[in-house]
Design a protein around this ligand. Structure first.
Ligand SMILES: [Fe+2]
Length: 306
């Protein structure tokens, strides 16, 4: 564990979807990034709520943090993103400059596939421009002296990024923590599914190998937790713990064995409850479809498309 971290991490767990959102902040500058914020959505009523995102906004306010970036690890299929609401949340009195919403450059592939499924071709901005910033593997964002490095970790989707945090100051350049997105889950839960369009279990295995090549004490923050009965929700593990105990990819599991396991398991999984509402919003950076002349908004329900 770090003795004198130059940055802080606060997790927000959404019990409804099992999603973990994070606020990462640079201690000296009070600049912050929010990772994977949840916009609450009740599919039965079609009602949205910003209750989960408000908790994050309240934390930013209480800690006097300036929101600098909203980071998406990928286009989520299990919850709607609160990126558009949250990016405009500023502490009282602050200059109102909305924080850029960031995702991996390969989001354009995901938009192409799902844009076709939903018939959204005319609604999606060209070249990923629904997002404010597209990152390639190795690109770096600044958060004061802290650096956030994008690691391409395809597999769950082609566009998945992990965000590796590099400390400023004396430890400059050292990777201390990684937000791993949908790659690894907690060791007793395993790994992310790879059966959505564009998913690839071979790619996920290699992406996980890249994450687990970091030093053993590196902290890994997962995007979801689905705790087994009797265990409280958790979201932080280490490279060493994952190597030793991850039920799907502990040391000694080779690519062929992992892929066989992953594909067999994926064949048994139901679609996520909010997949159809979520993806059409999240591939446009958390925007609902445009309103009609009466101000009404409608989500689409593609039939027999998946
Ligand atoms: Fe996901």
């Amino acid at each position: 564990m770090r003795s004198a971290p130059s940055f802080g991490v606060q997790a927000f767990f959404d019990e409804v979807t099992g999603t973990v959102s994070y606020v990462l902040h640079d201690v000296a500058s009070r600049e912050a990034a929010v990772i994977d914020p949840v916009w609450d959505f009740d599919a039965k009523s079609g009602r949205t709520s910003t209750a989960s995102a408000q908790r994050i906004a309240d934390y930013l306010d209480a800690e006097r943090l300036t929101l600098r970036w909203v980071l998406e690890t990928h286009a989520h299929a299990d919850h709607l993103s609160a990126a558009q609401w949250l990016r405009r949340q500023m502490p009282a009195g602050a200059v109102r400059i909305a924080a850029p919403v960031v995702i991996g450059q390969q989001i354009t592939q995901v938009q192409k596939v799902f844009g076709g499924i939903y018939g959204m071709e005319g609604c999606i901005a060209p070249q990923g421009a629904d997002f404010d910033c597209l990152l390639r593997d190795g690109d770096v964002l600044a958060l004061g002296a802290t650096r956030i490095r994008a690691l391409g970790v395809p597999g769950h989707t082609p566009a998945d990024l992990a965000y590796a945090v590099e400390e400023g100051g004396a430890a400059a350049g050292a990777v201390a923590d990684i937000f791993v997105g949908d790659t690894l889950f907690m060791p007793d839960v395993g790994t992310a599914r790879c059966d959505f369009p564009g998913g690839d279990a071979h790619a996920l295995y290699r992406s996980i190998g890249r994450l687990l090549a970091h030093p053993p004490e590196t902290l890994l923050y997962v995007c979801h937790d689905y705790p087994p009965a009797g265990r409280a929700a958790a979201w932080c593990s280490t490279v060493a713990e994952q190597r030793a105990h991850n039920i799907h990819v502990h040391e000694g599991v080779d690519e062929a064995a992992f892929v066989a396991m992953r594909e067999a398991r994926d064949a048994t999984l139901a679609m996520p409850q909010l997949m159809l509402p979520s993806v059409q919003v999240n591939i446009r950076a958390g925007r609902l479809p445009d309103a009609d002349a009466q101000g009404r908004r409608f989500l689409k329900l593609p039939v027999d498309a998946l």
